[in-house]
Each structure stands twice: as structure tokens, then as C-alpha cells.
Design a protein around this ligand. Sequence first.
Ligand code: FPP
Length: 246
Amino acid sequence: MNLKDQILKEKLPAHIAVIMDGNGRWAKKKGMMRVIGHEKGTEAVRQTVEASAELGIKHLTLYAFSTENWNRPKLEVQTLMKLLVKSLKKEIKTLQDNNIKLTAIGALNDLPSKAYNELQEVIEKTKDNANMTLTLALSYGSREELVSAVKVLSDKVKNNIISAENIDESIINKHLYTQNLPDVDLLIRTSGEQRISNFLLWQIAYAELYFTDILWPDFTKEDLYTALINYQNRERRFGKTSEQLS
Ligand code: FPP
């Protein structure tokens, strides 16, 4: 049986998040500039987006640019921003054809205006699409997200909009960039690194973590299927015992 047919429709993760790592190493291995790796990485993005939509995954979140990535060489940052604009222009059709809604999380105001405007345009154009939500994490850092949420919440407490005693997990959730997304079920990181790198720290509390040595530009639909089969063979206990689950 091929890999795709081994995936159980009734056990799909509601939300997959991906740390797309290894573009630079992919290029270096081939004696090419790092930016070529990012360019090739955009093709892997399309593969994963299409495969997820075809399978019926409802939420896919991609770590496209972290708050820490601003510290990379200027040329690389500029190239990544240009690639983002180019991909948004090019892929709007893929999003519409597959009924995919685009959203974004992160300190979006820090993006160059061209990238920010293009992003908002695609978000607006795809806002009624209902097959899958594709979320791009851009200028995203989980700690920054939590700091922003605490600031807003403190202000609300100060102004008697909510009382400190009533703050619970659901209120904190509502103050995160991810307020409209369910918790992450499956977190994938490519390139052999086994780190979270400040990505969705709150949201991955019960996620299954899947690490693969494949470098992001080489990540194919088949590799996503492999990750899903691995996920479906795990037992998610959410703190309970095996016996309680069965
Ligand atoms: C990590 O590889 C990848 C990134 C920092 C950027 C991810 C961006 C893309 C895949 C392309 C643009 C995305 C969209 C959504 C259009 P790395 O550079 O850290 O690789 P390395 O660890 O091998 O150096």
C-alpha cells in the first residue's frame, strides 16, 4: 500500500506546525548560496501546503521567519522578504484553487511595508476560504507573543475590564496571536535539529514532536505522509494512563 493510503482519515491531526529548517545547509552542500536554499524551500512549502489540503488537515502553521532571524546578514533578510512577496503573488491562485485561507502570526508591523501590504492583500482575498487555514509565522517569537499578551492583560486588569482572579488558560489563549487556532497536535522539524527555537511554546503543550534529518528543501509530500503515519502510531495520553484511554 502506498504511504498516502496508510493515513487514517479519522485520526488526522487538527493542527500541524512545521519548523522548516536546513535551507542554508542544503545550499552549502551543493556549493550554492544560502538564498538559493530558501528559494528551493518555497517549493517544499507548496508541496506541504498542497498535501495537507488534499488530506483534509484543517490547520497548517509554518515558521517562515523568527524574531531572531532579523539578526541574519542583511542580504539574506532582504532575500527572504522578497521571496515572501514573490511567493504570495505566485501562490494566491494555489490558495484560491484549494480553498485555503491565509493568516499570519507574529509582530507583523515589523515587516517591510511591501511584504506587509502583500500579506494583508492575500489574507483579505482568501478570508472566506474554508478548506484549510494556512498560517505563516513571520517575525514570530513565542516569548514576544507571551510578553505582548501579558501587557494587554495587565492593562485590562488595571482598567477593571477583567479581574486578576478570573485569568485562566482560555483567557490567555484569547490574547495570543494564535487565538483562532486549536492547539498544535503535531510539530515537525526538519534538518536533524531537535529544538523548539521559540516557536509556539504555549500551543505545543501536548503536541507530538517529530524530527527528521531531511533538509527542508528536500521535504516532499511523501515525507509528510511518513510523519503522519508516525504520529498516528503514537498513543496520546494527555496525562492519563493507557487504561483510562481504552
Ligand atoms: C531555515 O533554514 C529556514 C528559514 C529561516 C526560512 C524559511 C523560509 C522559507 C522556506 C522560504 C520562504 C517561506 C515562505 C512561506 C514563502 P536555515 O536558513 O536556518 O537553514 P540552516 O540551518 O541550514 O542554515
